[in-house]
Ligand binder design. Structure first.
Ligand code: ADP
Length: 161
């Protein structure tokens, strides 16, 4: 079956955990759309253009992965993109409650869209964008958690103050 999957998130910034999920999805689905939420209420460190550009760089080797920004309701955006599946990553039990609620709400809003959860390889399970930002802000080494371009972007952000 020709299924397009949409992988929504803030990706502030993209980590190796996100990339692991994207790589798994790219093997499962015809097309994977990484949908980057503008999410101004979360006051992201990287603006939408920067988050999209970083994702484009780190996914350049996948020919069935596309990066797009969005600022409307996810189920509406998924419909516009003809996606049949919403993809989310699950790390630990702590992700479960929020993800379960989100999946339930999206099903109420759009019953034909299925939410599918993928788990990353275990070395990525503890990585989160917020923790990466905190480590980088305090001058720690994030090179084993994010791509080089992302690391450079973080260093630039925090060196500028
Ligand atoms: P959001 O603000 O929507 O939670 P994120 O960019 O933090 O956006 O995460 C997007 C999706 O990727 C979520 O489903 C999240 O659980 C998942 N995710 C985040 N980090 C990882 C990781 N290290 N391994 C697997 N999935 C992850």
């Amino acid at each position: 079956m020709d299924i397009t999957a949409i992988y929504p998130g803030t990706f502030d910034p993209v980590t190796n955990g996100h990339i692991d999920i994207i790589a798994r999805a790219a093997r499962l689905y015809n097309e994977v759309i990484v949908a980057v939420a503008v999410n101004s209420n979360k006051s992201p460190l990287f603006d939408i253009a920067q988050r999209v550009a970083l994702l484009e760089e780190v996914t350049a080797n996948f020919d069935n992965v596309r990066i797009v920004g969005f600022d409307n309701l996810l189920v509406d955006f998924a419909k516009q993109q003809n996606a049949g599946v919403i993809l989310r990553g699950l790390r630990a039990i702590s992700d479960f409650e929020y993800e379960f609620q989100l999946a339930g709400m999206n099903r109420r809003l759009s019953p034909d869209l299925e939410t599918v959860f993928l788990t990353p390889a275990e070395q990525y399970e503890f990585i989160s964008s917020s923790m990466i930002k905190e480590i980088a802000r305090l001058g720690g080494d994030v090179s084993s958690f994010v791509a080089k371009v992302v690391q450079d972007g973080l260093i630039e952000k925090f060196n500028r103050g």
